[in-house]
Ligand binder design. Structure first.
Ligand code: DC
Length: 221
């Protein structure tokens, strides 16, 4: 266990309710919530703004991207707050494409390990339990069926997008995320699987929390 507590990871496809659940779980444990997807999205905004002028390696080397994690996440590019922009639909697709690039993954892997190494964190993403912290004390994989995930994402998106379009984008991203060669979306070894279809947020958080509490008891004894 790290100095500040357990490392808890939550992986799963988009719209499975990871972010909401991770945020609430972190709050109830007194841990920091690390939204790794927001980190990929931050790189995507920097890449889109650069418009291909700088080779990716150089762009990553000089990237002035910073994050503030506490109850939510704030992302800054050259001190500009881009936390709103990272949720744009074009940014989602670019983030998904860039997340297949080993250079981007390595850059963020280092930063994620640095941020989480002392523990007291709930990391949420696609590979946080399989690659970033395979030795995390508690690993979850949460899922829900595609229709429900699309409905949830449609409700929370600020862009005027049709539900069908949201579902299509989501299916495309699921395919990208699970079929890519590098760190594909997968159930990490030893992860606890939770299907959130038809289950309310509070109930899911309670289920996850009970697993963490059990792990803490086991750790103490
Ligand atoms: O969770 P999200 O939709 O904000 O993630 C944005 C993209 O980043 C998503 O298409 C997959 C990628 N991602 C990843 O490859 N690994 C992570 N740990 C988190 C996100």
């Amino acid at each position: 266990m790290g100095r500040k507590g357990f490392i808890v990871t939550i992986d799963g496809p988009s719209g499975a309710g990871k972010s909401t659940v991770a945020k609430l779980l972190a709050r109830s444990l007194g841990y920091r919530y690390i939204d790794t997807g927001a980190m990929y999205r931050g790189v995507a905004v920097a890449y889109m703004r650069n418009g291909g002028r700088t080779p990716l390696d150089r762009l990553l080397e000089d990237l002035a991207l910073t994050f503030e994690f506490d109850d939510g996440v704030r992302v800054f590019l050259h001190c500009e707050d881009i936390s709103g922009q990272i949720r744009d639909p074009e940014v989602s697709l670019t983030a998904s494409t860039l997340s297949q690039d080993g250079r981007v993954r390595n850059y963020l892997l280092k930063r994620q390990r640095e941020i989480g190494k002392e523990g007291g964190v709930v990391l949420e993403g696609r590979d946080t339990g399989s690659v970033v912290f395979p030795d995390a004390e508690v690993k979850f994989y949460i899922d829900a069926d595609l229709n429900e995930r699309a409905r949830r994402r449609h409700k929370e998106t600020t862009a005027a997008q049709e539900l069908d379009r949201v579902r299509e984008d989501m299916a495309k991203r699921d395919k990208n995320d699970s079929e890519r060669d590098l760190a594909p979306l997968t159930v990490p070894e030893g992860a606890i699987r939770v299907d959130t279809t038809g289950i309310g947020v509070d109930e899911v958080v309670a289920i996850l929390k009970s697993h963490v509490e059990k792990a803490k008891e086991k750790w103490k004894s």
